[in-house]
Design a protein around this ligand. Structure first.
Ligand SMILES: [Zn+2]
Ligand SMILES: [Zn+2]
Length: 409
């Protein structure tokens, strides 16, 4: 067995370093997992600008992953050798959010309300007993603290510590490559479609498409819904069509809303609009594209546009009965249905278009650059340095060549 751990750090913008840390230690309630795939979520933004969410810093990055259990503590329901997906966070398991099977990144132990009262989330917060935001009880750093471990709380690690409450055993026939989508792409968006009760022949508009938007399209097609993508990026629109998007509407068209009304017929708008960009440009359109009593689900949030979410309460919410929500991850009560979905061969075919790049963790900078190029879907890192086919997915090379020929960059 290795006696160290390797973790990815982003010491300054545009720079990635793999550093050695002590091998993780676990206590009861936690398992030690050899990470097979650590997907990139929003870390390319950290790589670009060094702007952090409350739960991460330059030395601690990544929160998604799948792998194999290598060590369990006494009383664990898991066994060494179990293949698992790891969900994000360290929830209390006792608050109403946890008990009702809602989303663990909304556990009451995470002091979001206190965090929003400070301009700088890294500021020491009295509410946390003198710790800083990254030490909040529901965060990933708290996993290392609880275990007395000097590594392993975060996703971009060769070995990771996962709370048993946050790991789910994978069926033998579900490859890691598809299971890894149970985090922030097909996983978190499963919850919006499930909560909105989307069924066959419902209309779903996906606005501002990246890997969250792609995950939304796959969830909608899996349920037999009809999908309208509101977007402009030629690579992403081509990808969306390959995943089964039924219609593409250019949001710059003067008559974009008329096009949506024409498609959706008498109900005049979508049953569910997913907004995945965080930009007011798309948020405004999402509120217009939804039908009366429909749902708008907001995933995009990391944009510093300086503009607040523009809502006309009377015209856009009250008069129209619109339900507005947002969340970070898959509900605990949705995990079983999500894994069932990921075993579906048609979902896996669609997912092959969502997974655009794969790299060894030592090549992470290439992965971040690919994400920043906006010609990417979900990007996987392999912390064991065993990536089968590093780089752009072979099935996408032809598409990229065609786009380059049509409009050279
Ligand atoms: Zn994520
Ligand atoms: Zn909780």
């Amino acid at each position: 067995m290795d006696h160290n751990n390797i973790v990815l750090t982003i010491p300054e913008p545009g720079k990635v370093e793999l550093v050695e840390r002590p091998y993780p230690k676990i206590i009861p309630g936690y398992s030690l997992v050899e990470v097979e795939i650590a997907p990139i979520c929003i870390e390319h933004q950290v790589y670009k600008e060094h702007r952090f969410e409350w739960h991460s810093d330059a030395d601690n990055q990544g929160h998604e992953g799948v792998g194999t259990v290598r060590e369990v503590a006494p009383g664990s329901k898991f066994k060494v050798g179990d293949r698992v997906v790891m969900y994000q966070g360290n929830p209390c398991q006792e608050c109403f959010v946890c008990i009702r099977g809602l989303s663990p990144t909304h556990c009451m132990s995470i002091p979001y309300e206190a965090l929003t009262e400070t301009q700088d989330p890294s500021t020491v917060l009295e509410e946390l007993g003198g710790g800083s935001a990254i030490d909040a009880p529901g965060g990933l750093k708290a996993i290392e603290t609880a275990c007395g471990s000097a590594s392993g709380g975060f996703g971009f690690s060769r070995y990771r510590i996962a709370p048993d409450f946050m790991i789910q055993k994978l069926p033998d026939d579900l490859p890691f490559r598809y299971a890894a989508l149970a985090n922030c792409s097909i996983g978190c968006t499963y919850t919006a479609l499930e909560e909105a009760g989307i069924r066959r022949d419902d209309w779903v508009v996906v606005a501002g498409v990246g890997f969250i938007g792609f995950g939304s399209i796959i969830n909608a097609k899996y349920r037999g819904a009809k999908v309208i993508v509101l977007g402009r990026n030629p690579f992403r629109m081509a990808q969306a069509v390959k995943m089964g998007a039924d219609h593409i509407v250019n949001p710059d068209d003067d008559d974009w809303l008329d096009q949506i009304h024409e498609l959706t017929g008498p109900q005049k708008g979508a049953d569910l609009v997913i907004e995945a960009s965080g930009y007011p440009y798309y948020q405004k359109k999402a509120l217009k594209a939804v039908r009366r009593f429909g749902w708008v689900w907001l995933y995009g949030f990391l944009v510093e546009s300086g503009e607040p979410l523009p809502i006309d309460l009377l015209d856009e919410i009250h008069n129209r009965g619109v339900k507005l929500s947002g969340s970070h991850d898959v509900f605990i009560s949705h995990r079983e249905g999500l894994i069932r979905m990921l075993r579906n061969p048609e979902v896996q075919d669609m997912a092959d278009h969502l997974i655009t790049h794969e790299y060894n963790m030592s090549q992470a900078a290439e992965g971040f650059e690919a994400a920043l190029s906006k010609r990417a879907g979900k990007i996987f890192l392999y912390p064991q340095e065993n990536c089968p086919n590093p780089g752009l997915s072979p099935s996408l090379r032809a598409l990229v060549a065609d786009l380059d020929a049509a409009s050279p960059r």
